[in-house]
Write a new protein. Structure first.
Length: 169
């Protein structure tokens, strides 16, 4: 109930497709000052929720149906959920949240879909994802932690790649 009230008061919202086992997600877009927009993404998994928040620099009006960098805010929320599950020993849920964040961010952390520009980073995270998945079978805590670190690394790469259109908190 409070979430619905918050979303009503703070901007445009739309439901997205949610991974199985999770609740519907939402994006909230709010203009803070001229040219600066706050984008919040709510993500839910197994009765836990988290909000990822970014500030995007956009001249003029923003496309509220497809705001820039929304996938970054979503990935940040998934990372927070992954950390919370890891802290309480829910390693499978932690890994699931990290995978959801990795999937949501996609390849946008190194490939700008609008311009086709590719970042200059050398990325070995795909191989590390495979290693983490294998590790999940033997040492779930280490595998989940590794998946969360991979997501965090991709989030940092995204921030660096799009630094001209993001304002750090």
């Amino acid at each position: 109930m409070w979430i619905a009230f918050f979303l009503f008061l703070h901007g445009a919202v739309w439901a997205e497709q949610s991974p199985p086992g999770s609740q519907p997600s939402a994006i909230v877009v709010t203009k803070t000052i001229a040219g600066l927009w706050q984008i919040k993404a709510l993500r839910d998994l197994s009765r836990r929720s988290a909000v990822g928040t970014i500030h995007a620099v956009v001249a003029g009006e923003i496309d509220r149906d497809n705001p820039p960098h929304a996938m970054l805010a979503g990935a940040m929320a998934w990372s927070q959920l992954s950390s919370e599950f890891l802290a309480v020993g829910a390693f499978e849920k932690s890994a699931e949240a990290a995978r959801n964040g990795i999937d949501e961010l996609g390849d946008s952390y190194y490939l700008n879909p609008t311009t086709g520009k590719i970042s200059g980073v050398i990325d070995d995270s795909s191989q590390r994802i495979l290693a983490a998945e294998i590790l999940m079978h033997e040492r779930a805590a280490d595998g989940a932690a590794m998946l969360r670190r991979i997501l965090e690394g991709r989030i940092q790469q995204y921030f660096q790649f799009y630094e001209e259109s993001l304002v750090p908190d």
